[in-house]
Design a protein around this ligand. Structure first.
Ligand code: CAA
Length: 379
């Protein structure tokens, strides 16, 4: 099988690579150390059209495909997994469900500014007691005339506090189980919408995760996304695409760490020669490369399935599971190759290792991917 890398795809990948090298690389270490999210960098991505890669031009997008989006995310994450995450969440978890399930009015009002990069998006599903068990949330939405009143909170919200538009899930009828959750489009600044704790994390320091709090937050009924009770299906379908995004992030992290390890092993002299000349190191590098290439095919395959309209629930779960494990293994090996220096914060590989870990956790843990794969296999 061959993926189609057309001219538009090549231009997008080049743009992402140049941006990563010129705009992200000079400050990535500092932003990681200071644990700051630099919104201006994401705004610049928006100006380049990178926040709307897979959406039609009529909705402010670039009109490319999900493979291009995944490859752009990969290029950013080779250098900076945090800014890549911001793009990934914005595109797959916020803009995509509005594109897929939104009315024409919702697309015009919300997708156009998201895809054209003037507004940033987020996705609010996770709650303190609803992580893997996504249906166990206690945020409620009660219909009141031509409004819904939302009460509750969401945690670990990427882009939280920054995003102007968030797709939020809330229970509209607990008795209906998976048919009792609904999706809503929530705007920053809505009265009753505030922010709580900002997470202090092991990795992805250059991104922001905040708690969202809704207290008698009133939103117009027309901000219901899809139909009442369709929220769980929307969340699951959205996460299928999000997992393609996380898989591409993991691939980029692994490649970035491998590049550093190759360079270092050619420069580092021990016993009178570069350590790359020792088979112990060169075979490690060979295995790292083999894992990266295996992950690449799975990630591109899932993105390709997403672009061509094939069912991608399973390919996305496989790509995320494999690529995130590869990211963890390759970044750990990169630290090993750097030895003591790799363990210090002066060299970049420990950051890659810290950033890799979350790819095995968010948007469904590795074990959730196993559940999804097994579920699809055995149904
Ligand atoms: N597409 C369409 N429909 C789907 C679906 C999919 N991928 N997956 C499930 N459904 C439907 C099922 O068909 C079923 O519908 P019916 O009742 O009509 O048959 C319904 O949803 C319920 O399905 P299940 O019984 O399989 O659901 P479950 O309760 O057993 O859940 C689960 C399965 C896989 C564990 C799911 O809950 C899950 O994915 N959990 C993880 C959630 C997650 O990834 N959270 C991350 C949040 S975002 C984040 O990480 C933060 C960030 O900012 C990056």
């Amino acid at each position: 099988m061959e993926f189609v890398y057309d001219e538009m795809n090549q231009d997008i990948v080049k743009l992402a690579k140049d941006f990563a090298e010129k705009r992200l690389l000079p400050t990535v270490h500092e932003r990681d150390e200071q644990e700051v999210f630099d919104r201006s960098l994401v705004n610049e991505l928006g100006e380049l059209g990178m926040l709307g890669i897979p959406f039609p031009e009529e909705y402010g997008g670039v009109g490319a495909d999900y493979l291009s989006m995944a490859m752009a995310c990969e290029e950013l994450c080779k250098v900076d997994a945090s800014i890549g995450l911001s793009l990934e969440v914005h595109t797959t978890l916020c803009s995509w469900p509005i594109y897929k399930f939104g009315t024409e009015e919702q697309r015009q009002k919300y997708l156009v500014p998201l895809a054209s990069g003037t507004k940033l998006g987020a996705f609010g599903l996770t709650e303190p007691n609803a992580g893997t068990d996504a249906l166990n949330g206690s945020t409620t939405a009660i219909k009141d005339g031509d409004h819904y009143i939302l009460n509750g909170s969401k945690i670990f919200n990427t882009n939280g506090g920054e995003a102007e538009i968030t797709v939020v899930f809330a229970v509209t009828d607990k008795s209906k189980g998976s048919k009792g959750l609904s999706a809503f489009i929530v705007e920053k600044g809505t009265p009753g919408f505030t922010y709580g704790k900002q997470e202090v994390k092991m990795g992805i320091h250059g991104s922001v995760q905040r708690e969202l709090i809704f207290q008698d937050m009133q939103i117009p009924a027309e901000n219901l996304l899809g139909k009442e009770g369709e929220g769980f299906k929307i969340a699951m379908m959205t996460l299928d695409g999000g997992r393609v995004g996380v898989a591409s992030q993991a691939l980029g992290i692994a490649e970035g760490a491998l590049d550093h390890a190759i360079k270092y092993s050619k420069e580092r002299i021990q016993f009178g020669k570069p350590i790359a000349k020792f088979q112990a190191i060169s075979f490690m590098l060979a295995d790292m490369k083999a894992k990266v290439e295996a992950a690449r095919w799975l990630v591109y395959k899932a993105a390709y399935d997403m672009s061509t309209g094939a069912n991608y629930t399973m390919s996305a779960a496989i790509a995320k599971k494999v690529a995130s494990d590869v990211a963890m293994q390759v970044t750990t090996d990169a630290v090993q190759i750097f030895g003591g220096y790799g363990f210090t914060r002066e060299y970049p590989v420990e950051r890659y290792m810290r950033d890799a870990k979350i790819t095995q956790i968010y948007e469904g843990t590795t074990q959730v991917q196993q559940m999804v794969i097994a579920g699809a296999l055995l149904k």
